[in-house]
Design a protein around this ligand. Structure first.
Ligand SMILES: [Fe+2]
Length: 251
């Protein structure tokens, strides 16, 4: 299987979809003039080793299921293993929300910062995308790990780095997770539970390939199953919005 997500390759279409109530809540792939970047090479074990050394790394054990479990701490175990064994841990689920150390000169993501994050941030601003904060976040997963059903407080754009990850989104996100449900989850904290009635034909599946990037609208439910040692760099855009007169549409 490849991708059941729609693909948007130009700014005019992206802007039009943002104004279309039938489209704006649906996850989509973006490429072409929206993401004209080459992926620099990356050493996956160096990336994991540098990430697990960060005191703020959230290191969990996760398995596919109806909800996220952010209490399943595996930090001591993963940090104590030889790095090859840590990468082979099937339930590994590492999240790193501050990439300062990993983007420093000589670190695993230094070229990514120089060749992807920084130019992307200024390029999207030039094209009229606006945000209050631009936050790259790293997720590294083991072969049978999962990021279970959830929605994020920001618009998020996962850029796939390596390995196999199967992304799932909903054709009718607001039917399965209406505004009242989202507000209730946000008010009580914690994570939503995947509704039991979601059948395969309600789901959009996308098999990530390295260099592919998905646009997930804010508060749109999604979930990801890993199929191998794998990693994603997600750009979280806080309060993402579009300029009144975007260059792309005005030109
Ligand atoms: Fe997410």
């Amino acid at each position: 299987m490849g991708s059941e997500l729609d693909l948007v390759t130009d700014w005019s279409t992206l802007y039009n979809w943002e104004r279309d109530p039938h489209r704006t809540r649906i996850a989509r792939r973006i490429s072409g003039e929206l993401f004209p970047f080459e992926m620099p090479p990356l050493n996956s074990l160096d990336l994991l080793d540098q990430a697990r050394r960060q005191p703020i790394a959230r290191i969990l054990h996760q398995r596919p299921g109806p909800r996220l479990d952010d209490k399943a701490n595996a930090a001591d175990r993963i940090r104590a293993l030889p790095i090859e064994k840590a990468a082979e841990d099937p339930s590994l689920h590492l999240s790193l929300f501050d990439l300062k150390a990993l983007t420093a000169p000589g670190a695993a993501l230094h070229r990514f910062k120089r060749e992807v994050f920084d130019p992307l941030e200024s390029f999207w601003r030039e094209r009229g995308v606006r945000w209050d904060a631009f936050l790259p976040v790293l997720f590294i997963t083991g072969s049978a790990s999962a990021t279970n059903y959830h929605f994020d407080p920001d618009t998020t754009l996962p850029l796939h780095l390596f390995g196999r990850k199967r992304f799932h989104a909903l054709k009718r996100p607001d039917y399965w997770c209406p505004r009242e449900e989202r507000q209730a989850v946000l008010a009580r904290g914690g994570w939503p539970v995947k509704p039991a009635g979601i059948t395969d034909d309600e789901v959009l599946v996308h098999e990530n390939k390295p260099g592919e990037i998905v646009w997930i609208p804010v508060h749109t439910p999604h979930w990801v199953d890993a199929g191998s040692f794998s990693a994603t760099l997600t750009f979280a855009l806080k309060n993402c919005r579009f300029a009144e007169t975007p260059l792309a549409v005005a030109r």
